[in-house]
Design a protein around this ligand. Structure first.
Ligand code: ATP
Length: 604
């Protein structure tokens, strides 16, 4: 599956029709700002009215001033023209400011709403959607939506009103001439509609590529060390090149589609003006109408031309925005599969036993990652999970905080099915320390404080001390205020782990899920981490994915996993005596350890 397909996969389709989308967009984004919009519409009405008035004023200008040479009318008309333009500019300014304000609010409302929705989604969403496609909803899509809303409003409010007023004026002035000028207008509707459809297609493709580019860029920057180490710069360059080139082509295509609207209007405008000049001119020559009326008429037609040109583009930008709105609504409509029951109870914060009862689970609905797993991790004890790669140990860890629900069987903590408890109490009762330490680009103190946001500085220092991290932090130039860099890149692997342990100590959760680091650390770091883990595990129900013999020996019970099943259970000595998979893995580890320097122990 390509990234693009991945982006679009499993998004439920909402109403894709323009009208339905527009209605929803209006209700959800614009209606809360109805008073601003109403005020903007009034201003647009004034702009349209004043545009029409300026065309209408041409009649007295030509007839009274130039033909009749009436001096007193000169000042009156002059003041009228000035007033019309002053009012038009004021209304135009207010309309711009009001629309821009609403546009920005629509953006921020939607960004907040989207973010809230996405962070509360199931973990599974982040597997089917690339981070780039999610990010581009916040940037490309929301902007396209905003500009569609404002261009639709300007289109309807100012341009359409101007056209209606000006065309109304032409009918008032000379209905026959007005009819002649409008003969060709309906013919322009079909090509403009087709352009709108093409634009929507281009916009959808652009968003997909944009998502691909964002993902590619963030992957490259995050994996820069691997890229350099394997000499993948050229490979990455050509991947980004392809995306950038196709984005460039799409942008050119979009400009071509957008620009095509103007010539269509120009052709029909040209036909209208020619018809007016030929027919209207003949009527002036015949004496059937005055030159003032004719000029005023032609001014109305010419003035209607600019808003008509803008209107011809409205559908194009509206379609871009509607394509974006469709994608955003599709995501917003996606309901999390994992929900909290209405009568969910709080899980008590005490170190209870964790029990898996005949749990079956599949990520993809085809292969089972867990095949009827049953085991118990006793309250306050250390339970180790061991087994070959892919046996299902990490999946067990994903099921305990309810990142996924089992397809069959149940997970029980302290006698309660975890589907019956609130998410906040369940996740609040669990601390996770995994081999992939997640640190944010923030100070050390804030990274530790993630464990419990309301913790005081003293509590953070105490946690760092218990995690054997205080020493190295004190030696950093800025101590606890040192920024760790993106993903904690400015710290060593062992230091990152101790920060993660301090965070878990601060959280003080009764259940601890510990995924031991597979990479070998130097003896000093190893010892520091063992000390840190020792204080962390004290008094907690600990489940550890064990890769090292030292932890396994301390464990109260060891469950050996293979192919999504628990195939052996016992303590270290009992399992060795069984001479099964555990004894085999142990022997393998022992033999490779003896071939090494004896300090580091390879993982299971
Ligand atoms: P390791 O020790 O290598 O981390 P593990 O015992 O923790 O392995 P799991 O990560 O639980 O094994 O994987 C169990 C099975 O589920 C494997 O076949 C794996 O390919 C599959 N699997 C794991 N995570 C996912 C996922 N997010 N989506 C789809 N399949 C997955």
């Amino acid at each position: 599956m390509t990234d693009d397909q991945k982006t679009e996969a499993k998004i439920p389709l909402t109403d894709n029709r323009s009208f339905g989308l527009m209605r929803r967009l209006f209700h959800e984004s614009v209606l809360p700002y109805r008073y601003h919009m109403l005020a903007a519409l009034v201003c647009m009405g004034v702009v349209a009215g004043m545009t029409t008035a300026s065309a209408w004023l041409l009649d007295p200008v030509v007839n009274k001033v130039f033909v009749e040479r009436n001096g007193s009318m000169l000042w009156l008309i002059g003041s009228g023209v000035l007033a019309v333009f002053a009012l038009k500019s004021l209304a135009s300014y207010c309309q711009e400011v009001l629309l821009a304000t609403v546009g920005q609010r629509i953006i921020s409302d939607m960004q907040n709403r989207l973010f809230h929705h996405i962070v509360h989604q199931d973990v599974a969403l982040f597997q089917i959607r690339t981070s780039g496609s999610l990010v581009s909803h916040f940037t490309y899509d929301i902007n396209a939506m905003r500009s569609a809303v404002s261009s639709a409003f300007v289109g309807i409010g100012r341009d359409a009103l101007s056209v209606v007023f000006l065309v109304g004026l032409t009918f008032y002035q000379d209905w026959l001439l007005a009819t002649v000028s409008l003969v060709a207008a309906p013919l322009s509707i079909y090509p403009l509609q087709r352009l709108g459809k093409r634009m929507r297609k281009v916009a959808t493709q652009t968003q997909e590529k944009m998502g691909g580019l964002t993902t590619s860029l963030s992957q490259t920057f995050q994996g820069i060390r691997v890229i350099k180490a394997y000499g993948l710069e050229e490979f990455e360059q050509s991947r980004v090149d392809r995306l950038v080139t196709s984005l460039c082509n799409l942008a050119i295509h979009a400009t071509r589609v957008e620009a095509a609207a103007q010539p269509i209007i120009d052709v029909f405008g040209g036909i209208a003006i020619t018809a007016v000049i030929v027919y209207g001119g003949a009527r002036v020559i015949e004496g059937a109408t005055t030159p003032g009326a004719f000029f005023s008429f032609i001014a109305s037609v010419l003035m209607a031309y600019q808003p008509l040109r803008s209107l011809s583009k409205v559908n194009v930008s509206l379609q871009t925005g509607l394509a974006a709105a469709h994608r955003i609504f599709a995501l917003l409509d996606q309901k999390p599969l994992l929900t909290e029951r209405g009568d969910a109870q709080d899980l008590p914060r005490q170190s209870g036993a964790v029990r898996f009862e005949a749990v079956r689970f599949s990520y993809d609905g085809i292969d089972n990652a867990l095949n009827g797993v049953s085991f118990e991790a006793p309250a306050g004890g250390i339970t180790a999970l061991v087994g070959p790669s892919g046996a299902g140990k990490s999946t067990v860890f994903s099921l305990i905080p309810r990142f996924y629900d089992p397809n069959q069987g149940r997970v029980v903590i302290n006698g309660q099915d975890i589907r019956d408890v609130t998410f906040s109490s369940l996740r609040g009762a669990i601390a996770v320390v995994s081999q992939e330490v997640v640190l944010f680009d923030d100070s050390i103190i804030n990274n530790i404080r993630c464990g419990r946001l309301e913790a005081s500085d003293e509590e953070v220092f105490a946690a760092a001390g218990a995690a054997a991290a205080a020493d190295f932090i004190d030696h950093l130039p800025e101590g606890y205020q040192t920024r760790v860099g993106e993903h904690g890149l400015r710290l060593s692997g062992g230091q990152r782990q101790r920060i993660a342990i301090a965070r878990a100590i601060l959280k003080n959760a009764p259940i601890l899920l510990l995924d031991e680091a597979t990479s070998a650390l130097d003896t000093e770091s190893e010892r520091a981490i063992q000390t840190a883990l020792g204080s962390l595990m004290k008094g907690r129900t600990t489940i550890v994915i064990a890769h090292r013999l030292s932890t396994i020996k301390d464990a109260d019970v060891i469950h050996v996993f293979d192919h999504g099943r628990v195939i052996e259970t016992g303590d270290h000595d009992q399992l060795l005596a069984k001479e099964g998979l555990y004894a085999h893995l142990h022997a393998l580890q022992f033999s490779s350890a003896s071939q090494q320097d004896g300090e580091t122990v390879p993982t299971l």
